[in-house]
Design a binder for this molecule. Structure first.
Ligand code: ADP
Length: 460
C-alpha cells in the first residue's frame, strides 16, 4: 500500500474513533437527561395529585379524575395510583390496576421511599407521600413519547453528521497526504532522471529547512562525492592510457628498427614480429580506453554543429579503407533525398565519423570477404544509416550485451579486438539523442541501424 493511502487511512481511523466517542457521549447524555426530566415531571404530577387528594378536603376522587383528565400537564398514557397505609387503593385515574403495581412493589416503595423503574416502554416512579395522619404510596407512570421522538431525531442527526464527518475526513486526509508527500514524489522523479551519465544533475532542495529539504541536501552532497569519484576514476583511465602511449610508441619503433636489421636470424625476426603484433594490440587497447574515458569525460562540453551525413559517411569510408586496404565498402542511398535538410543533423562531426568507422571496421572485420555496405536513408523525423555485412553474425544470447564495455561474443574471439568500440558508439549516439539498433543472424550477417534526428526545415 502506498504511504499516502496508509497515512490517509490512519488519519481517517483516528477521526472515526473520535467521532464515534463524541456521538456516543452526546447520545447517552441526551438519553439520561430525557429520562431524568421525565421522571421529574412524573414525580411532580404524582405529588400534585396526592396533595389535592390528601390535603384538600373538598376533593373527591371523581372530581380529581375529571381534573386529571383535563389537566394540561397530564403526561402521555399517564397512570396514577395512590395507596393508603393499609395498602388499600385510595385513588386511581384509570379503570384497571396496572400489572406492574403489586403488593411487593408497594412494600418496597415504603422501604426505600422512592423507586424508579421501567415497565415495557413506560417509566414508573413510586414514592412515599407524608400526609398529616397517614403515609401514602403513590405510583405514577407514563410514556415519554415526545422524548423518544426527540431521541430518535438526535440519533439520525448524529448518524448523518458521523457519515458526513467520515466522508469529509477521507477526502481531506487523501488531499493532505498527497500534499505533504508531493515533495517526496518530486524528489523521486528527479532521482529517477539521474544516472551514472548525468551525475551533474542535482535535485531541488525545496525550502532548505524541513526534513524533506534536508534529505534533498544530503542526497545532493552524496551526488557531489559520487561525481568526484567517477571523475577521478575516468581521469585515471584517461591518464593511464595516455601515459602508456609514449613508451608503447617507443617500443614499437625499436622493434621496427630491430626488424630491419640485416644480421638478425630468422628466429629473432619471428620473435620481433610477434612483439610488434602484441605492441600494436596494446596500442589499440590504450587508444580504445582513452576514447572510452574521453567520451564520458568531455561528453557535456562537446561542440555541436550542422553536419552533413553524406560527408561523414564518405570520410568514415575513406578512413577505414586507408587503414585497411583489403576492406571493401559499398556506399549507396536507400532513396535519394529531395530536400537538403533530410540528411543534415546537429552533431559533432568527429564523433559521428568515429561511430561509422567503428561500425564499418566491425562489418569488414567479422566477414570473410571483408566487405560491408553503408546505406543512407531518411524518414519524416530521422536520418537513417544502415551498416550491413554478410559476416559471422551475432547469436541472440550475445546480442543484448554487445554494447557493454569489453564484451565480446564467443564467435568473435578469434578476431582482433577488445570490445570497446560499440560501447563508445552507443555513448556517442546517446549524446546525439539518436537511436542505435542491431539485428543479426549467425553465419548470415549483421545490420546496425543508426537514427539521428534530421533538421526540420530547408537550410538556405
Ligand atoms: P571488438 O570488435 O573490438 O571486439 P566492439 O565493441 O566493436 O569490439 O564489438 C563488440 C562485440 O560485438 C564484438 O566482439 C563482436 O562479438 C560483436 N560484433 C560487433 N559488430 C559485429 C559484426 N558486424 N558482426 C559480428 N559481430 C559483431
Amino acid at each position: 500500500m502506498q504511504i499516502r493511502y496508509k497515512i490517509a487511512l490512519q488519519f481517517t481511523l483516528i477521526v472515526l474513533a473520535i467521532l464515534l466517542v463524541f456521538s456516543g457521549i452526546v447520545y447517552l447524555r441526551a438519553e439520561t437527561q430525557r429520562r431524568t426530566s421525565f421522571y421529574d415531571r412524573l414525580s411532580r404530577r404524582a405529588k400534585t395529585t396526592a396533595r389535592l387528594l390528601v390535603d384538600v378536603k373538598e376533593f373527591n376522587t371523581t372530581l380529581l379524575k375529571l381534573i386529571d383528565k383535563n389537566s394540561s400537564s397530564r403526561l402521555p398514557e399517564e397512570e396514577i395510583f395512590i395507596y393508603d397505609y393499609r395498602n388499600l387503593l385510595l385513588y386511581s385515574n384509570v379503570e384497571k390496576i396496572a400489572p406492574y403495581v403489586t403488593q411487593e412493589l408497594i412494600n418496597e416503595i415504603r422501604l426505600n421511599r422512592e423507586i424508579k423503574l421501567h415497565y415495557e416502554d413506560r417509566a414508573v416512579i413510586g414514592m412515599v407521600f407524608e400526609g398529616r395522619y397517614d403515609r401514602f404510596v403513590i405510583i405514577a407512570s407514563g410514556i415519554d413519547k415526545n422524548g423518544a421522538i426527540q431521541q430518535k431525531k438526535l440519533s439520525i442527526t448524529l448518524l448523518f453528521a458521523f457519515l458526513g464527518g467520515v466522508l469529509t475526513t477521507v477526502v481531506m486526509a487523501l488531499f493532505f497526504a498527497h500534499q505533504s508527500l508531493r515533495p517526496i514524489t518530486t524528489i523521486n522523479r528527479e532521482i529517477g532522471e539521474i544516472t551514472a551519465k548525468n551525475l551533474r544533475k542535482r535535485i531541488h532542495q525545496g525550502n532548505g529547512k524541513d526534513e524533506i529539504a534536508q534529505l534533498a541536501i544530503n542526497f545532493n552532497l552524496m551526488l557531489e562525492r559520487l561525481e568526484l569519484a567517477f571523475q577521478q576514476q575516468r581521469q585515471f583511465v584517461s591518464h593511464a592510457s595516455h601515459e602508456l602511449r609514449t613508451p608503447l610508441s617507443a617500443l614499437k619503433t625499436e622493434i621496427q628498427i630491430g626488424l630491419t636489421t640485416v644480421n638478425s636470424s630468422e628466429e629473432q625476426l619471428l620473435i620481433l614480429q610477434n612483439l610488434l603484433n602484441d605492441t600494436n594490440r596494446l596500442i589499440d587497447l590504450s587508444n580504445g580506453l582513452l576514447q572510452l574515458a574521453r567520451i564520458n569525460e568531455t561528453a557535456e562540453d562537446l561542440p555541436f554543429d550542422k553536419v552533413r551525413m553524406e560527408e561523414v559517411l564518405l570520410n568514415a569510408q575513406r578512413e577505414v579503407t586507408a587503414s585497411h586496404p583489403d576492406y571493401q565498402i559499398q556506399f549507396d542511398f536507400d532513396k535519394i533525398p529531395e530536400e537538403d535538410y533530410l540528411t543534415l543533423v546537429m552533431g559533432n562531426e568527429a564523433l559521428l565519423k568515429n561511430v561509422f568507422v567503428n561500425l564499418l571496421e566491425n562489418a569488414c572485420k567479422y566477414s570473410s570477404a571483408h566487405q560491408g555496405t553503408l546505406r543512407l536513408g531518411f524518414d519524416k523525423k530521422y536520418c537513417i544509416v544502415r551498416v550491413i555485412d554478410r559476416g559471422i553474425g551475432i547469436s541472440s544470447t550475445d546480442l543484448p550485451n554487445i554494447f557493454q564495455p569489453f564484451y565480446r561474443a564467443k564467435n568473435a574471439l578469434d578476431y582482433n579486438g577488445f570490445g570497446i568500440g560499440l560501447s563508445v558508439v552507443k555513448r556517442i549516439i546517446e549524446l546525439h539523442e539518436g537511436i542505435i539498433t542491431v539485428t543479426s543472424r549467425p553465419h548470415l550477417g549483421t545490420e546496425f541501424v543508426v537514427k539521428l534526428r534530421h533538421m526540420k526545415e530547408e537550410v538556405k
